[in-house]
Write a protein that binds this ligand. Structure first.
Ligand SMILES: [Zn+2]
Length: 67
């Protein structure tokens, strides 16, 4: 369930790192990658994630961003 804070803020958007479009955070997932030995989280839209986009060093976890 989205938080009341996120629902009230209509301007809140996040940019998909794969396609560069803006989405509401509820429409995105965070994929865990690894760059130079450090874990990184890559926000991508559901369409890109479902389409097979994966970040560099993707470690196999594909889950909805916790809210
Ligand atoms: Zn995308």
């Amino acid at each position: 369930m989205p938080s009341a804070k996120a629902r009230d803020n209509k301007a809140l958007v996040a940019t998909c790192v794969a396609c560069g479009k803006n989405f509401s955070p509820e429409a995105m997932v965070a994929l865990a990658g690894r760059v130079e030995g450090r874990a990184r989280s890559y926000p991508v839209c559901v369409a890109c994630a479902e389409g097979g986009w994966r970040p560099p060093g993707f470690d196999g976890i594909y889950g909805y961003r916790p809210s």
